[in-house]
Ligand binder design. Structure first.
Ligand code: SF4
Length: 187
């Protein structure tokens, strides 16, 4: 954890933390309720609410998570969405119905093929109706993460739709509690 002034360049914060271990693909701003930016875009940002909002991200909880180039951004996002869907008390409609549905759609995207194309169409509709409907911002964060992933990981999306081999089955990169790893059979 580092204390830096608001407005510090992202590249400086990453350098302060020792820099990425591997060639970076993207950076997730604001934690698991945040948004992805491609690494070449992310490193030119400054840590201000205004700059990140203009770039399509958010300062959120002020965390930066670097995704290595070898990972699949869609598969990583699908795992996080499954986790977020399981982390609500399911007292509001968006968490009861919406988050499990978009987590399921993302998993279908990762699995590829005809099911992926249909899931993509459902996601466009679902991601537009969930925000603002919960008693807190948990579902809004999940939607921000999902929508940002679709914008950021176009190459991964095309690979899954074409059913080309992808790194999604490799060792996951983003940290999640153990229960998700144990139940991560993607079916
Ligand atoms: S919207 Fe917030 S309060 Fe409502 S069920 Fe989801 S996490 Fe709980």
């Amino acid at each position: 954890m580092y204390e830096v002034a608001l407005g510090t360049p992202v590249a400086d914060v990453l350098a302060l933390a020792g820099g990425p271990d591997e060639r970076p693909q993207a950076v997730l701003f604001g934690g698991y309720g945040g948004a992805w930016l491609p690494a070449p875009v992310a490193v030119h940002q400054r840590l201000t609410h205004e700059d990140l909002r203009a770039a399509g991200a958010t300062l959120g909880v002020a965390s930066l998570t670097v995704l290595p180039a070898r990972a699949c951004g869609l598969a990583e996002t699908a795992r996080v969405l499954r986790y977020l869907a399981g982390e609500s008390a399911r007292q509001c409609g968006p968490c009861m119905f919406g988050l499990p549905a978009i987590a399921e759609d993302f998993t279908a995207l990762v699995l590829g093929g005809r099911g992926a194309a249909q899931a993509g169409q459902r996601l466009r509709r679902r991601l537009s109706v969930i925000p603002g409907r919960g008693a807190c911002a948990h579902p809004d964060g999940a939607v921000r993460l999902a929508a940002g992933a679709l914008r950021c990981f176009g190459n991964d999306l095309r690979a899954h739709l074409a059913m080309r081999p992808c790194a999604w089955a490799a060792q996951p990169s983003l940290p999640l509690p153990d229960w998700d790893r144990r139940s991560g059979d993607w079916t």
